[in-house]
Design a protein around this ligand. Sequence first.
Ligand code: FAD
Length: 284
Amino acid sequence: MKITELQKEKRPLLSFEIFPPKPDYPLETIYQTLEGLKDLAPDFISVTYGAGGGNRERTVEIASHVKKEYKIEALAHLTCRGHLREEIKEISRRLAEEGIENVLALRGDPPQEQPVVKSDFTYARELVEYLRDRESFCIGAAAYPEGHPETPDKRKELAYLKEKVEAGVDFLITQLAFDNRLIYDFLDRLAGVGINCPVFIGVMPVYNTRQIRRITALCGATIPPKLNALLEKYEDAPADAEQAGLDFAVEQIADLWAQNVDGIHLYTMNKARQTREILRRLKN
Ligand code: FAD
């Protein structure tokens, strides 16, 4: 089923993001994670696509497994940087053949420590245009509440985002952000420029201090003082850091829920136990 159809029936949608295991790990490891997630009944599960090669091959297979084995709607990520048109054609053909109806169209980042590979697409907008012309996918794209690092001018970034949406995007998923005020402000700015498609809010629970510092350094997300204080307090106490991170995520999601956002997209980091715990606490 297309995510836009799901969205007509329920609000907010709840979705999970998982990533394929590295090539030298068996596929079974992700299926064990999925066993732990399936009865939480997410509205869809998205499967990331490795920009640097390696685990690219596994996205179609895992997305197909999510849909066929678990009867949960799947969203396959697809990045265009480093791909020729013919390769994108082949991957989208395979996705359609597997019955995948939803694709998150992304640009991707240049692979680190690997030679630059020729690309036929420069921006995600071109991938959206390509997919829209050829296949009947429901197409999602990425959006950045705190801005994308390559476009410091926020007005320009919104204009590029609008172009991308108008090229045929059905919904947006946001980059992780910890401060809901920044997210609500971003939603207002989207509405202000006439971007009216559903926006699912990406939430990343913090499971350990080092990991989150690395991720936020890469994507530029602000760590609010309250979260920062917790991270500092529990720097050397991983179990306490995890509990504090879970509490913070529960509070953040409860507030998004109360604001009746279109959807909440949990970056699960393939952690089924912690994801279950978040949902259990939200229900209490
Ligand atoms: P684009 O929309 O193309 O934007 C990239 C940059 O170009 C932005 O700064 C934008 O403002 C600028 N830009 C756009 N159009 C123009 C123009 N006409 N002229 C000049 N500048 C322009 N990466 C992966 O490798 N695999 C994944 O599975 C994956 N999943 C993701 C899921 C989500 C929800 C998010 C938020 C990100 C994900 N990423 C993933 C990361 C993403 O690939 C990177 O953030 C990448 O740097 C940008 O991708 P994009 O699709 O937003 O690109």
